[in-house]
Write a protein that binds this ligand. Structure first.
Ligand code: AMP
Length: 397
């Protein structure tokens, strides 16, 4: 594996797998959030500045059966040109003679964007011959698409084998890996993880793994009620996974055995229906009346979490404390976000990774005030679970 920091790109053509799977307005096809394009810019600019040229490949959406205009990368060429400050050329297929002609005639400083790789079924199947055709576009291969690194697709994984020495991570993936490794492998302490979100079942592997690493584990969101019920509490009609009560009990006893401070919320904001305009009250989390459901954490919980977070050197946040999409039930999530911001300003390292806590931190406009916000939802979750991501393995081996 090569290193983007030291590699000499001058006069070379780099084939970069980026994640330009950006949301588009259904009517105008305008990009509604260009975070992913801006996130890939440093890698692209670095190569251009060094006198290399760039061929970009990406997927967009989930086309089912061949080309579909609404999934065409053509819609994002103009905006990418603006972000990069370079006129990006476009080729309406990612393989074939014409595409190769275009890529091979690129001059130093030029950029070509290929059409959606998923217009070919062989992309997601991970067909080697398709990957080989893609590989012809570059002398060097860079994977900078963290969001798809957990997929063994042709352009994210298989293609790497055609660049035995000239393959590397881009700055974006490198940043993601460094951020997680810093949190999970650092000897700095205390390390606190806040795991919220809807269900225990979707976070169980992460929680089990975190128990071996963290000093404090704060459980929030919908899954907290499964823990409360497992302890004999009354949770009304809150979200509960009854078949995970034993799992919750095991997590609590494992935490004890491992000396982890497992914090479960003590108060909750309840509602008489799942609606922003529902009647509300704040009660002890294990005394929720019948017909009411817990949709957020209360002030007492926020205060306890704040104290734990402010005492931490490393913080990992995955999943909201409540139904933050509804204004009346967002306060617990806002409070945790603010505590993380405060801890960060005092020198802690904070990683917001995977799923809806990223959406929450963006909604509250606090993304600039934490150490790292991950771009890869599912990929980040798998990485946190300890799964070796195929896209990362393919570069390393
Ligand atoms: P996840 O994707 O697992 O991180 O779950 C995020 C979702 O969990 C968000 O859409 C939240 O609205 C939802 N959520 C958080 N707290 C609760 C709760 N107390 N009851 C129901 N859903 C919740």
């Amino acid at each position: 594996m090569a290193d983007i920091h030291s590699y000499d790109f001058s006069g070379k053509r780099a084939l970069i797998r980026v994640d330009f799977n950006v949301p588009l307005d259904k009517e105008t096809m305008a990009i509604t959030d260009d975070t992913r394009i801006r996130a890939a810019a440093p890698t692209i600019k670095h190569i251009l500045e060094q006198g290399g040229s760039v061929v970009l490949m990406s997927h967009l959406g989930r086309p089912k059966d061949g080309p579909e205009d609404k999934f065409s990368l053509r819609h994002i060429v103009a905006h990418t040109s603006k972000v990069l400050g370079v006129d990006v050329k476009f080729m309406d297929d990612c393989i074939g003679e014409k595409a190769l002609e275009m890529s091979s005639s690129l001059k130093p400083g030029e950029v070509l964007m290929l059409e959606n790789v998923r217009f070919h079924k062989r992309e997601t199947v991970g067909t080697e011959s398709f990957a080989e055709e893609l590989a012809k576009h570059g002398y060097v291969y860079i994977n900078d698409a963290f969001g798809t690194a957990h997929r063994a697709h042709a352009s994210t994984t298989i293609v790497a084998k055609f660049f035995p020495n000239d393959k590397m991570f881009g700055y974006l993936i490198e940043g993601e890996i460094k951020a997680v490794d810093k949190v999970l492998n650092s000897t700095e302490k205390p390390l606190t993880a806040i795991v919220g979100g809807a269900k225990v079942s979707s976070k169980i592997t992460i929680i089990e793994r975190l128990l071996d690493k963290v000093d404090n584990l704060i459980v929030g969101g919908g899954m907290a009620y499964t823990f409360v019920k497992a302890n004999g509490g009354k949770v009304g009609s809150s979200l509960v996974e009854d078949d995970y009560l034993d799992v919750a009990r095991k997590i609590m006893s494992d935490a004890k055995a491992k000396g982890v401070n497992l914090y479960i919320p003590t108060d909750t904001v309840i509602a008489d229906k799942f609606d922003n305009e529902a009647n509300r009250a704040t009660v002890k989390i294990d005394e929720i009346p019948d017909g009411w459901m817990g949709l957020d954490t209360g002030d007492e919980t926020s205060e306890a979490c704040r104290e734990i977070i402010l005492n931490s050197k490393l913080i990992l946040w995955n999943g909201p404390m409540g139904v933050f999409e509804m204004e009346n039930f967002q306060q617990g999530t806002v409070d945790v976000a603010n505590a993380i911001v405060e801890a960060t300003s005092k020198g802690a390292f904070s990683l917001i990774g995977g799923g809806d806590s990223v959406a929450a931190i963006n909604k509250f406009k606090l993304a600039e005030k934490v150490s790292y916000v991950s771009t890869g939802g599912g990929a980040m979750l798998e990485y946190l679970e300890g799964i070796e991501l195929p896209g990362i393995k393919a570069i390393k081996e």
